[in-house]
Design a protein around this ligand. Structure first.
Ligand code: RFL
Ligand code: PHB
Length: 392
């Protein structure tokens, strides 16, 4: 089989790239290791920057997001028992974020791909990539016991942090930058109304907490836990008690609890692999970089990589030029590092670190007090949170 672009991974990066290429008349096949249901079962991101919303519109999949997504013009920071609102819209000339789950984004993209009749191979085993330093790379995979081979012009590595594409690069071709944080997030999804109509990020001596949502009927809550914590040690009652103990009095009294419909622990990590292009293999999203979820940037960075990658491929097929492909890695990485810095900073300011003690707690509370009291400092947070501009 021959296609123009072989996309590895049917997460948000791969599906969005596939859709944008399809609309431009470029033929792509997507190979995904898991089943479609498995991919939809992963509960992850919830906050979209305007740039991601615009790109989903460009891909023709924005209708349900606009109908059901919640537009938020502010977030709350809670510390020292008090809640403070950051007026994102007021500080950024009217910009806002949209709360719409990654699961829903994925579902909309899957539906659009199925309607377009574009090919996705789910449960593709042993995917391997070859010859990306030549003009005719090859992808192999196994399905139902048979080995298949695809020849293509480009391979897009959209296969997440544990994927095969970054792992296939020759030793020494990639430089990795990494920070692993000494804690994780325990997340609970529950069909209860959210405690607040905007997100609350909490700094508390017992650890970070976050009150988020998927709709006005479905809440997503997180608490910081040690890395070695086991999910079995967290029955629902313990989770709700711990969450309440970290919230301000008003929120703790108002919160509606209920049975969890999903519960998981995610470790926190910052990671960047440079560069993001090797010959005709181009990496996008979590395959190239990971950020801790504190700044809500992971999915948004995946979308911004895909924006640059789709434009570069479209330019290549229209103009026959490699100029935008050559510029891809540099353009992505300049924006990626800004989000890596912001997510690291939010993480450092909001979490309890095992080795910084009460002095560290005081410094964080002072930084937060400065932040909410200074228009310059809150504007800096706001412009990063709603999403920094793209290069064109
Ligand atoms: P994904 O979603 O990991 O998809 C990669 C896909 O590739 C497949 N795959 C393979 N396929 C074929 N062959 C192989 N060898 C393969 N290896 C892997 C996988 O099965 C998978 O389907 O990466 P992608 O598409 O780049 O998307 C990235 C986002 O998923 C991620 O950045 C966000 O979820 C991060 N994130 C958040 N981002 C935000 O922008 N806002 C948020 O509010 C936010 N909250 C979060 C988050 C991530 C979290 N976790 C669990 C890590 C909250 C959490 C708790
Ligand atoms: C979420 O709703 O899952 C969410 C929201 C904001 C974050 C991280 C996760 O910073």
């Amino acid at each position: 089989m021959r296609v123009q672009v072989a996309i590895i991974g049917a997460g948000p990066s791969g599906l969005l790239l596939g859709q944008l290429l399809h609309r431009a008349g470029i033929e792509a096949v997507i190979l995904e290791r898991k089943s479609g249901e498995y991919v939809l079962g992963r509960i992850r991101a919830g906050v979209l920057e305007q740039g991601a919303v615009d790109l989903l519109d460009e891909a023709g999949v924005g209708a349900r997001m606009h109908a059901e997504g919640l537009v938020h013009g502010g977030i709350h920071l809670c510390f020292d028992g008090e809640r403070h609102r950051i007026d994102l819209a007021g500080l950024t000339g009217g910009k806002h974020v949209t709360v719409y789950g990654q699961t829903e984004v994925t579902r909309d993209l899957m539906d659009a791909r199925a309607a377009a009749g574009a090919k996705t191979v789910y449960e593709a085993e042993d995917v391997s990539v070859h010859g990306f330093d030549t003009d005719s790379p090859v992808v192999r995979y196994r399905k139902d016991g048979k080995v298949h081979e695809i020849t293509c012009d480009f391979i897009a590595g959209c296969d997440g942090f544990h994927g095969v594409t970054r792992e296939s690069l020759p030793a020494g071709a990639v430089r990795n930058y990494e920070r692993v944080y000494p804690f994780g997030w325990l997340g609970v999804l529950a069909d209860v109304p959210p405690v607040s109509d905007e997100l609350i990020y909490v700094n508390h001596p017992r650890g970070f907490a976050l009150c988020s949502m998927r709709s006005m009927k479905r809440s997503r809550y997180y608490v910081q836990v040690p890395l070695d914590e086991k999910i079995e040690s967290w029955p629902d009652d313990r989770f709700w008690t711990e969450l309440k103990s970290r919230l301000d009095k008003q929120a703790a009294a108002a919160i509606v609890t209920g049975p969890s419909i999903e519960k998981s622990i995610a470790p926190l990590r910052s990671f960047v692999g440079e560069p993001m292009r090797f010959g005709r293999l181009l990496l996008a999203g979590d395959a190239a970089h990971i950020v801790p979820p504190t700044g809500a940037k992971g999915l948004n960075l995946a979308a911004s990589d895909v924006r640059y990658l789709s434009r570069a491929l479209i330019d290549h097929y229209r103009a026959g030029s490699m100029k935008e492909i050559d510029a891809y890695s540099g353009k992505c990485l300049r924006r990626v590092w800004k989000a890596v810095r912001f997510s690291w900073w939010m993480t450092s300011m909001m979490h309890r670190f095992p080795d910084t003690g009460e002095f560290g707690q005081k410094i964080q509370e002072t930084e937060l007090a400065y932040l909410v009291g200074s228009k310059a400092a809150s504007t800096s947070l706001a412009e990063n949170y709603v999403g920094l501009p793209f290069e064109d």
